[in-house]
Design a protein around this ligand. Sequence first.
Ligand code: SAM
Length: 245
Amino acid sequence: MAHMPRIQFHILTLFPELFTGILNSSLLAKASAKGLVSFNLTQIRDFATDKHKTVDDTPFGGGEGMLLKADVLYRAWRSVVPEKSCAEAPSGSGLSSAKTITILLSPQGELFDQKMAHELTSTYSKIVLVCGHYEGVDERFIDLCVDREVSIGNYILTGGELPAAVLVETMTRLVPGVVGNERSLTEESLERDGLLKYPQYTRPREFKDHTVPDVLLAGDHKAIQTWREQEMRRRTERKRPDLLK
Ligand code: SAM
């Protein structure tokens, strides 16, 4: 019997074509081919009901740009989260069930990081990612359906598609079995005590008069370990002192 993917990702977007290359290449393609995760794209526009397939409208009270309409977004979201009825959900809590979470990609959200990726991956089996566009989305959709707003950084993108891809890729790597050598996950930057990874070198030993540190060539594993730990701390202090706070 085929097993269920550990995480089903559902992405609600006006631009599903932006995901074609990303989801069908490299590690993400392998992870879905193995059935460890599944990627499901929903075209928000398919849930517009008028003949022009309108998904956006001007904001009440005036202001710049267009907003994604709450009713269209709601129908799109409902098609992938049919689990709970509206009446069960207190306003602002989102309607998702315990193992399902609805995330709106938004520059107003909590900043995404490796810790959040671990938390989401270990808690949820169905992750619904809603990509905003234009000036954003009608607030009532957020109140009613969104559990969490997540930002990938303090800058503004045109849409939530690249942020959604960032979340999907980061979380998929953490699903057991996706990265062949599990140690390479724990040895990564931001994993061990939140420090950056030590410097690494490969052949040739000498490149434009720069040599590889002697300690890495001497075969003393304990000395290599000590050197790597020192380097992790040293480079974190130098490059990302904020991580040590
Ligand atoms: N008017 C909105 C505001 O001031 O908060 C910004 C809208 S932005 C141009 C359009 C969409 O891109 C957002 O709804 C969101 O989905 C996505 N987006 C933009 N920057 C983002 C970021 N840093 N992190 C996550 N999503 C982002």
